[in-house]
Design a protein around this ligand. Sequence first.
Ligand SMILES: C[S@@+](CC[C@H](N)C(=O)[O-])C[C@H]1O[C@@H](n2cnc3c(N)ncnc32)[C@H](O)[C@@H]1O
Ligand code: SF4
Length: 429
Amino acid sequence: MSIPEIYKQWFLKLLLGPGDTMTFRKYRDEPLDLEGIDNIYIHVPFCRNKCPYCPYFKELYYEQQAGFFGDSLLREIELHTGWLNGKEIQSLYVGGGTPTLLNTYLIRAIDRLRVVCTLQNVAIETTPTEINNRVTVELGRMGCNLISLGVQDFNPKYLDFLGRKYTVADVFRAIDKLEQLHYRNFNIDLIFAMPGQTLEELDRTLQIAVDTGANQLTLYPLFTFPYSVTGLSRELSHVVMPDGKTRKQMYYHIRDTLTAKGYKQVSVWSFLKGNTLKYSSVTRDKYLGLGPSAGTYTGKQFLFNTFNITEYIPITIRGQIPGSYIMDVSPRLERLFWIYWRLYETKIPLNSYKTRFGSDFMKDYGKWIQIMEQLGYALRTEDQIELTKKGIHRIHLLQNHFALEYINRIWTASTMEHPPEEIRLSALH
Ligand SMILES: C[S@@+](CC[C@H](N)C(=O)[O-])C[C@H]1O[C@@H](n2cnc3c(N)ncnc32)[C@H](O)[C@@H]1O
Ligand code: SF4
């Protein structure tokens, strides 16, 4: 058993009780408790190229299949118009894949949602090769006010390593076009800790990213998922990834550089400048997920849609929710999920916990916070628990382990020819 695995088992033993199983079972059309949801996520599972390192669910883009998907997405929305009617939805995030490939369908989907409910913010992610005048107009038409561009690096050497099919000049052209939009936040995604990357190279990319004037910079270390080509390909399997010490040094460098330039850390990976809304697709509290592989979290249930596009289409034609696996979430787990995402945001606001769960955070988890304070991982102020630089780094290692392990288990099971009846995420029961 690896060290993070030992830690994980230890944490789970201490934090969970006998009834808190973390087991997904096959979804069989049972009712969902959707009323409290105020966020929506749409997953668009198509890209023009499959980047070798990318673990997200997507297929190569073919216009006809994408059209079938678009029609199914519109049908899936219709399944929810009843309970969505008159609701105020805080955010609609459209991710992928490359969502902007499906703009004509997204315009129809968003128009339909706007008839039924209020969308406070519409967020979309895209990639430099997709941005042109037409797409920019379409993004404006959709009312996208949070935009994330996957740049990955400003160094041609690493764009090439990552299999990205554009030049640095293309990136600047895309940024110039996106600047024409009236957005509240423009985020740039970058990847660091690539094989052979030096601190100087990272620093140069960081400086260029800062100079673009983007409101938010999100920097992920290169993850190697076993099911992405990075994990499998023979060509890349002998590539030596930077060791833990180098990754930590790079991470600290990013944090120190960006905080010195006036950015505030808003999640383990993201840094925001100015007083604007952050771009964050994963930290919503309760959300409805639409499209293949999308997750829905109601606070009481956690559902994954099917990972199979050819299965997704007929299910929506039958007028059913395209769920594949569901997990019941016990009240204790619901709190832990909430805390997990606040730790990801690097802060736990004590009042929000009280509003959400009706009890006092320090009463419920005070002894854990004391241990974290003693280890130098957290600082307590009157209204929040804030992770320190050391704490953020340690917690992110643990969260990475959790996320990669769990996503990998769900993904592997969901894409099997004969998917199992159950997927157990925790070995405790
Ligand atoms: C789902 S992708 C969508 C963005 C868009 N399709 C693009 O590629 O520009 C969102 C982000 O995940 C990050 N990402 C994808 N695979 C990764 C990996 N293996 N390690 C670290 N970050 C990764 C990239 O920074 C990417 O911009
Ligand atoms: S990184 Fe973006 S463009 Fe590349 S395969 Fe993943 S989702 Fe598609």
